[in-house]
Design a protein around this ligand. Sequence first.
Ligand code: NAD
Length: 485
Amino acid sequence: MKYSPVQNYINGQFVDASSARTLDVISPLDGNLLSKVPMSTAKDLDNAVKAAKAAFPNWSHMPIKERVQVFYKYKYLLEKNLQELAALVSEENGKTIGEATAEIEKCIELTEFACSLPQLVTGEVLEVSKGVECRTEHVPLGVVASIVPFNFPSMVPNWTIPNAIGLGNCMVIKPSEKVPLSVGRLAQLLKEAGLPDGVFNVVHGDSEIVEAICDHPGIEAVSFVGSTKVAKIVYQRATQKFKRALALGGAKNHLMVLPDAKADMTAQNVAASMSGCAGQRCMAASAMVGVGNVDHIIEKICDEARKIVPGKNLGAVISKESKERIERYISDAEKDGAKILVDGRGAKVEGKENGTYVGPTVIDFVKPEMSVAKEEIFGPVISIMRTNTVDEALAIENANPYGNAASVFTQNGGLARYIIDHASAGMIGVNVGVPVPREPFSFGGWNESKFGVGDITGKSSIEFWTKLKKSTVKWNPEAGVNWMS
Ligand code: NAD
């Protein structure tokens, strides 16, 4: 085992969980055992909430300009330790070093945004009648929880950590049991950056901890990122306990490719979008709809896909079960009459025979009713459907229950605008394969890709992590009294 067993992080200390139950942490790159992660109990969560609650009065009363000083230092530490952090992400998640480096760079951008929070939460003030002022302030909620998935061990935690904490909350985070190592390292960096003990706490575990978070009376708000199945469970359970909740779910993102699209650029974008992070991104292109004759572009997509080689410029998928599931989707599509143009099944990497790799896969002549067209595959696979018109393509996109992202590839501005208007997704790209809005714009999908109001990052997250206090103030009696004052 490469690393010592994972511990919880409570009140500034790494501590053992109260249960002896553990799960193995396996590197998808080569199948080696990295560590063991504890399956904590509700008692461990309660200890973390108590520590966060105790830290809240001092932290929340500190002026925001002082609070964000911690995040200036944290940003510096992310930069200083970038290579080491990226190596850890790659090791526990299976993505390439290049992708893991980009993930840490995104953490830096997220932290930069948090450093700008004082400029964004100034509140408003207006003299609403003679001598009477109304004023708004963003007030932190208290103890908040963040539940995160496996596919971005560092970035998704950093969607929530700098903003929620910078705005004055104290946090308990539950990392994915598949990738628990990176968050422990982030805890060390936050402490080194000067974050007071108890403001940030980590409790490892599985569904038992997630349920305990939803039920805990000391937790005010729950953010969740993961599959739609679990997003629904968390959203329902947390709101039933009258907590504020925001739950981001899975995705099935459609790319609409028109015959006038720039062929080389489109092919490069489609191939990169479907295969980046081995297709394990909620923003990955998973379905493509070719409108009219786009054979020349599909040919180029296949050429690009063949340049993507497992173990070189393509990472591993998270587990053996995942690899089997993805390969089953491809085989089912084949049985149902689709044509496999590039086949990633049975991929092996020399010297890493226990790694869990799937090669890039391009499936053509997919019908909208096939499972590869409808369901989230979460692997480096693109399912291509064909239509004659943009409206038929939009009908396919609209019928999908998810709504994270959609993109169009065309040189026709009018048609691109029409697709922006009619696609049923929260994030739209034009000639962009992965339309992630960068800070200060916010990240969040629609439909079954997100439950709750607002987005998880950017300016929109300020509303989620704070409540508004409205004060109406009059000091000078000569202002008089009327019905408005
Ligand atoms: P997951 O839903 O299996 O797990 C997410 C978290 O929920 C983990 O911490 C896990 O321990 C916990 N969990 C799992 N099963 C649970 C249950 N039955 N009850 C309570 N908690 C449970 O997701 P994952 O496999 O870790 O991540 C992949 C999924 O996340 C994909 O569907 C992907 O699209 C989605 N995702 C979405 C976004 C987004 O922004 N919409 C971003 C990243 C990932």
